[in-house]
Each structure stands twice: as C-alpha cells, then as structure tokens.
Design a protein around this ligand. Structure first.
Ligand code: HEM
Length: 407
C-alpha cells in the first residue's frame, strides 16, 4: 500500500496502528532466576537458557563487520529499494548478510495464514483502540523501561525523536496492515530490517560512554529477554487493556492477534522457545519479565517530555494536556508517575467518564446520545496524534545506524 492510501485509511479510522513501539526496551535485570517454562512456548520445549544472556549471535557478527568495514551507507542505500515481502533482495549486498536475510525473512513453519488474515481484519476493525494503545500506551511505557529508555536515548535515533517515532511507527502500522504478511505486504521486510538495526545497536552502544555508564553492568544491549519485555509492552498490554475496556474480542480474534505478534517475534529474531504459545503463557512471562523492571530514569523522563513536546506541535500545545491525561489513564498512575506525566485535573476525570462511554458506543452497547461531546474531542486528538507522524509526506525507511547519539 502506498503512503497516500495508507494515510487515507488512517484518516478513515482504519489501522491506527502507528506510533507503537516507540522504543524498544529492556530494564534493569529482574533479579530472579529465569523460570518461565519453554513448554509454554510455540516451540513447546527448549534448552531453558536464560534469555537475559542470549542475543542474536550470527547477525550481530555480520552487522558488526558491515559497520567496521564502513559499508553501512552502501547497505542502507541498497535496502531502501527492498520494500515488499515477495521482493528478492537487491544485488550487491555482502554475501553473508544476504544469505542470512534470505533465511530470516521466511515465515516460521508454524505460521497460520488463516489466523494472520483474521488478525489483519481485527486490527482494522479495532484500529482506534489498537492505535491509541500502541502510541499512548506501549509507546510511552517504553520510557518507563529503563534499558529501553537508555538504549533509545543514547543511540543515534535518540537525538531525533520525531524521525525515530516515524520509523518505529512503521512497524506499528505494517503489523496492522491488511497485507502485513501477504506477498505484497511489508512486515517481513520491516521486521528483518529492525533485526539488523538491533544488531547494529548491540555493536554500537557499548562504545557510548553515556550508555556504558548507565547500563547497570549489562555489556551488550537488547538481549532476547529485553526484546520480550518490549514485546509484552505491545500485544500483551494491548490485549489486557482492550479486555479491561470491554472491547468485544472473539476467541478467534484474540488467538489471531496473539499469532500475528508471535510471528513478528520470530522475525525479530526471538527464539521460538521464548515465544509464548498462549495468552496465559504470555501473561505469566510478562509478570516475570515486564512488571518487575518498570522504573524511573532521567533518560526516560526526558524522552517522555520530548515526545509530548512533539505532540504539542500539532496545535500549539492545546492537546498536550489531553494526550498526557489519556496516557496516564491508559498506563495508570504508577507508570504515569515514573515518567512524570503531568497531572491534568481537568482532563483526567473527563477521560475516566467519557472514554468508557465512547468504547461502549463503538461496541454497539449504548446509543449515540449517551456519548458526551468530550469523547469526540478526545478521539480527534488521539487520531491527530497518530497522524502527525504519518503526514510528513516522505517514505519511511528503517536504516541501520553507524553511530551513537552525538555526545
Ligand atoms: C530500532 C522495534 C525491541 C532498542 C527499532 C526500530 C523498530 C524497533 C521498528 C527501527 C526504528 C528506528 O530505526 O528508529 C522494536 C520492537 C521490539 C524492539 C518491535 C520488540 C518487540 C528493542 C529493545 C531495545 C531496542 C528491547 C533496547 C533495549 C532500539 C534502538 C533502536 C531500535 C536503540 C535504534 C535507534 C537508532 O536509530 O539509533 N526498534 N524494537 N529495541 N530499537 Fe527496537
């Protein structure tokens, strides 16, 4: 789908998917021993090694060689032309990188096209919730995940958050696209490119004094455990909130939404033995990995502020209080306080009252007259927040970094 029609769809209330991920994360080490059972994974069994000490060995080595040889600009230029799932890789890539990517782009044997199609339809029909939750839930939660906040802050993208959000948003809407994992879609491309970016970050961040000084002893960022933490801030959190909000989700839709993210985890390089097979397994893993690591860092607080400043660009600051209050409503006071979201005495009670009514109306549970006017203001602000990052009119290309944030 081209950028224009993508934006039209968003305007029409479709895949709000954007903004998601915003970051990527990982936290201060959870402390307790790894006890999540691989029998609950899509692989059904595993070696049981602690994912805090597992990275992505082969591609980490290949990308680190690309960086050291000074080949990043050339590789990025070639990869700009690689945009569709069914497209051959461009000629001219280093042979080892090409070989790796040709394998990495394949869907796992356990991918189920029927479930992926159901998930795509679900992402469309529930786009407003999914988009709001990716952008103002998961996205801002990433700043309360210390390892993620620091990795983002000290990496190259940390210096240009608007660009970074646009790139991260790409994964958010590609994953929610009707064609996500169809031949003409682009999610395999986006996930594999992201895997390369993460490999580059593993090579680069240890050279950043800012990162090394705050990493709490972690020598290489973005372990498999870290990726799982971020993963739970996405689908696990989003599904939990949708259920809390009483959005109608059928068992087939729920399973399909999990599935699209299982496939995504696989394509991002997470070993199948760590990818939860069911929501129960996912919730148990999230409890072990995500819950204990949420925390405050100066980097996370700064990133939150930058993000909300970007929001203020939409309308000279008018919607910043509303967006901040909506994020607090979505994330809860504990996380809201960790990232120093402002208290909004006007908007917070309004949102607490109006949002459930808006959801109930959208889900066909109450008639229109019961929806207060404020709900539409809120919905409009959320849409604009997401669209801001899609309206630059330039194609978004995820690129391998070759440097850290300038100090
Ligand atoms: C880059 C998604 C996990 C740190 C990216 C990008 C995407 C993405 C789409 C490309 C955007 C860009 O280039 O700016 C994800 C997803 C994750 C995940 C879906 C897990 C499900 C993590 C984790 C960390 C992390 C766990 C760190 C602890 C970064 C950094 C960049 C990046 C530092 C590059 C920033 C730069 O441009 O320098 N991620 N990520 N990510 N991610 Fe992740």
């Amino acid at each position: 789908m081209d950028e224009l029609s993508r934006r039209k769809m968003l305007l029409a209330g479709g895949t709000l998917g954007a903004l998601g991920v915003l970051g990527a994360a990982s936290p201060a080490r959870a402390g307790s021993a790894w006890s999540w059972a691989a029998s609950g994974s899509v692989a059904g069994s595993g070696a049981g090694s602690d994912p805090h000490s597992v990275w992505d060995e082969e591609i980490d080595r290949i990308v680190s060689d690309v960086i050291e040889r000074g080949d990043v600009p050339k590789v990025n230029q070639l990869l700009r032309t690689w945009t569709r799932n069914d497209q051959p890789l461009p000629d001219g890539l280093p042979a080892d990188l090409r070989e790796f990517m040709d394998t990495a782009r394949q869907l796992p044997t356990w991918a189920d096209q029927g479930k992926l199609d159901t998930a795509a339809r679900f992402n469309k029909t529930k786009g407003i919730y999914v988009g709001a939750l990716y952008g103002l839930g998961s996205g801002l939660m990433s700043t309360a995940i210390p390892r993620e906040a620091r990795a983002v802050y000290y990496s190259k993208g940390g210096a240009d958050m608007k660009d970074r959000i646009a790139k991260t948003a790409k994964l958010g809407y590609d994953v929610g696209d009707l064609d996500a994992y169809q031949p003409r879609g682009s999610m395999q491309v986006t996930a594999v490119k992201t895997r390369l970016v993460h490999a580059a970050v593993r090579h680069l961040l240890p050279q950043s004094p800012g990162w090394s000084g705050t990493s709490g002893g972690q020598k290489i960022p973005i372990s498999q455990a870290d990726i799982l933490v971020t993963w739970h801030s996405l689908p696990t959190f989003v599904m939990r909130k949708m259920l809390e909000w009483k959005v109608r989700v059928s068992p087939a839709e729920s399973a399909a939404y999990l599935h699209v993210w299982q496939v995504t985890a696989h394509l991002l390089g997470v070993r199948d033995e760590y990818v939860p097979a069911t929501w129960d397994a996912a919730n148990a893993q999230s409890k072990q990995l995500l819950d204990p690591v949420l925390g405050r860092t100066p980097e996370g607080v700064k990133l939150t502020d930058v993000l909300l400043d970007i929001v203020a660009e939409i309308d000279g600051g008018l919607s910043r209080p509303l967006v901040s209050a909506f994020a607090r409503y979505t994330l809860g006071d504990r996380v809201g306080d960790l990232i120093e979201l402002s208290d909004e005495p006007f908007w917070e009670p309004v949102i607490r009252r109006a949002w459930p009514l808006l959801v109930a109306f959208r889900e066909g549970l109450i008639p229109l007259p019961l929806v207060p006017e404020a709900a539409w203001t809120m919905e409009e602000a959320i849409r604009r927040f997401v669209l801001l990052f899609l309206s630059e009119g330039k194609p978004i290309s995820i690129e391998i970094p070759d440097a850290n944030r300038p100090s």
